[in-house]
Ligand binder design. Sequence first.
Ligand code: NAP
Length: 293
Amino acid sequence: MPRTVGFIGLGIMGFSMARRLIEAGHKVAVYNRTASKAEPLVALGARPAATPRAAAEGNEIVISIVTDSPDVEEVLLGKDGAVHSAAKGALFIDMSTIAPETARRAGQALAAKGIAFLDAPVTGGDVGAREGTLSILVGGGRTDLERARELFDVLGKRITHCGPQGAGQTVKACNQILCALNMMGICEALHLARLSGIAPALVVEALTPGAGGSWALDKLGSRIARGDFAPGFMVDLIQKDLRIVQDAAKRLGLSLEGTTLAQQYFGENQQSGEGRLGTQAMFKVLERAIGKK
Ligand code: NAP
C-alpha cells in the first residue's frame, strides 16, 4: 500500500534511499537544504518541500538522514522543523548516525507532541543505499518498527530491533569501530602487497572470500586498488562517528586504543585537506609515512 512519507536530507545516502521509496510507489515529499539536489527526485514524481516543516506536512511517516546530532535536532525540532506540521500519531524515523543521547532526547521531545520516534541508523554504505541492501539498526518500540517495516524492506536487507530508543545508535557506534579498524587492516595489507610487487587488486580478489575478507575489503579495497578515493563515506563523517564512540566508551570506563589510532590517521587525512574523500583515503596517510620510521 502506498505510504505518505516526508524525506529530509538528500546527501549521498538520503538521495538513493528516497529514490528507492519513490520507485517503490510511495508518495514522497523531499526536502534538502541545498534545494537543487532534490530536482532529479522531483522529476521522478516527488513533491518538493522548501523546509523540513513542509516535508512533514500531511505525511504519516517522516524520515531524516542528515549529518550530525545538532542537524537532526534542527530539522526535527528547530524553527522550521518537521515537528511543527506533523499530525498527531505520525512516526518520525531518524536514520542519521548521531549520539544515542540525542536520539533519546529527540524521542522524548516528540513523544510530548504525540509523535512516535525510532532511531534507525544504517550500515552498508552508498552501495547499500543504492541497492536497498542496508542493515537497519532500530531503537524504539516494536510496534513502531512494524509500522515502518514496509519502508525498511525497500531500503534494507537486514532489519534488527536493537532495543529501546538510542539502542540503534549504540549498535551503530559498535559498527563504526569495526569499520575504522577494518580500514587500518586493509590499508596495511595493501601497502605490504604493493611494496612487495603484488598488485592490490589481486590481493582484494584473492582474500575477499577468505577469513580476512570483509565488505570493506571487497568494496573499498577495490576502490583503493583503482586509485578511487571519492566518497562513499567521508573521512569527516567517520571522525564525527568515532567521537560518538569515544564519548560512549569514556562513560563506561572503556579504553579503545585501536579506535584512537584510527582517529589519528583520519585526523592526518583532515589536516591534509582530505576530509571530504572516502574513508579509504586512509591509504594515503600510510603511503606518506612509508620510509619515515
Ligand atoms: P552527506 O552526503 O554529506 O549528506 C548530508 C545531508 O545532510 C545533506 O543532504 C545535507 O544537506 C544535510 N544536512 C546536513 N546538515 C543539515 C542541516 N543542519 N539542516 C538541513 N540539512 C542538513 O552525508 P551522507 O553520507 O549521506 O551521510 C548522512 C548520514 O548518514 C550521516 O549521519 C552519516 O554518518 C550516515 N551514514 C553514511 C553512510 C555512508 O556510507 N555515506 C553510511 C551509513 C550512515 P546539503 O546537501 O545542503 O549539504
